[in-house]
Design a protein around this ligand. Structure first.
Ligand code: GRF
Length: 197
């Protein structure tokens, strides 16, 4: 049975594009909706250009009422009936209630070697710490921010002249490889961890 995948974005959606373009042929999943909290997210046009239904639930009218915003998300998601949700550059913190509703069905990609550098500005923090490597992680989403089981990681060397921007660009290339690889495995029922290279 082909798994239905919802992808949540807030920005350019490069990871969403990688996921969508990989879900073809014998892939066990297909995208059914791209949902953003921002109407100006560049990824929405990319999804439309690929024939993927899109929706926007702007978080701003809900203010600090996260449960109300998430209820509006769930209203859209319940209509899309996803088997899997992929957070892909989705920049809203989700409450335990939402995560519990989708427990075991939701993935996220984070631009660090978790459990190091949860949260934001991961590359700058790795450089300032004098790390020799950075990378990205795909993990199951739990109530703890960036805290769920890691299903895949890719390590990327930090060069002495790297800036946060140059490192982010190197890591993003690897994100576009890792996330589709993990989604294929996850959609086929394989939750074993893979570490690259
Ligand atoms: C990526 O670095 C991803 O790791 C983070 O958001 C950034 C932008 O992703 N979660 P995208 O280009 O919008 O997919």
């Amino acid at each position: 049975m082909t798994k239905r995948v919802a992808i949540l974005i807030s920005g350019g959606g490069s990871n969403m594009v990688s996921l969508v373009e990989d879900m073809a042929g014998d892939h066990p999943a297909r995208p059914v909706i791209v949902l953003s909290n921002r109407a100006d997210a560049g990824g929405l046009e990319k999804a439309k250009a690929r024939g993927i239904p899109t929706a926007v639930v702007d978080h701003r009218p809900f203010g600090s009422d996260r449960p109300a915003f998430e209820a509006a998300l769930n209203h859209v998601l319940d209509q899309a009936r996803p088997d899997i949700i992929c957070l892909a550059g989705f920049m809203r913190v989700l409450t335990e209630g939402f995560v519990t509703r989708w427990q075991g069905k939701m993935l996220n990609i984070h631009p660090s070697l978790l459990p190091k550098y949860k949260g934001l500005h991961t590359h700058q923090r790795a450089i300032e710490a004098g790390d020799t490597e950075a990378g990205c992680s795909v993990h199951e989403v739990t109530a703890e921010l960036d805290g769920g089981q890691v299903l895949g990681q890719v390590r990327v060397p930090i060069d002495p002249d790297d800036t946060a921007d140059s490192l982010a660009a190197k890591v993003l290339v690897q994100e576009h490889m890792l996330y589709p690889l993990i989604l294929r495995r996850f959609a086929s029922g394989d939750r074993s961890r893979i570490d690259l290279p």
